[in-house]
Design a protein around this ligand. Sequence first.
Ligand code: ATP
Length: 322
Amino acid sequence: MKKIAVLTSGGDAPGMNACVRAVVRTALKSDVQVTGICRGFQGMIEGDFTPLSHLSVSNIIHRGGTFLKTARSKDFLTPEGRKVAFANLQKEGIEGVVVIGGDGSFRGAMTLNTEFGIPVIGCPGTIDNDLFGTDSTIGYDTAVNTVVQAVDKIRDTADAHNRLFFVEVMGRDAGFIALRSGIASGAETVLIPETTTYVNSLIDTLEKGWKNHKSSAIIIVAEGDESGGAYELAKSVGSKFSHWETKVTVLGHIQRGGSPSAFDRVLASGLGNKAVVELLKGETNKMVGLHHKNFVLTPFSMATKHHNKINSQLLELVNVLS
Ligand code: ATP
């Protein structure tokens, strides 16, 4: 290969810039040119391309977001849109593509490969950590740290005023952010989409805490939990506790932003490097991931079909330590 492209797609995640940097510098070391595709698959359709040099990825390793920008592209879901996208790749002389994104982006990459035969490798970039084939996705560790920092601050005010706080975190289909940040911030309990939420048992837990003279309580709720989210719980559970004032904080998009953690920078650098090495070796239709400290490949078909499983030991830990 003489020229490859890199794009970021779907939701942005801290560490995507570090991954693009690794892709560019690894490729250039092998005398392969790199084109940056702006705004994901939409930019591929619109020919929004930019050549990337060693210097164009300087001073980005510490920046959140993605300097290539990202997008969700409806046009790429149509065969006509993808035809235009592939014609643009051909015009530019691109022989392989590294896609940094979540499972939707990998489905897009797979379609590109199936329809036009162009080699594609994916790097898992999503704060949700729900992709099968990697112990951690780019952005997840940073998002968890952001939540923990926020909850530490909430705990101060909760304690000062005897408050019961419901903190809602991201995770429409996955409770990884909620579970990890819940343990790290010492939450009373964690409510996630993967498990059944029993409101009565939550009330019991809180009552026990009150009897043990706890001055405040913090519950972490993933946005996709079946309870309907933090506001619903504040209504149904908070009303049972007159001694605590009930409050809700929805952390929202703050969880996507910020400088990536050291862990995410190292992960993103390793994955970006591995993606290019494998692409140049002739691999295609696979996602690179971290498994037991090794960078490994998983076919897109598996990465997009299965979900990472919640660690039941960690789930149990929340209850034991509550
Ligand atoms: P996140 O996990 O942050 O949501 P994602 O990569 O899963 O990231 P999506 O919006 O699901 O985000 O997908 C990104 C883009 O990938 C879509 O906007 C669309 O352009 C493309 N895409 C998704 N699924 C397909 C598909 N089946 N065929 C072709 N393109 C697809």
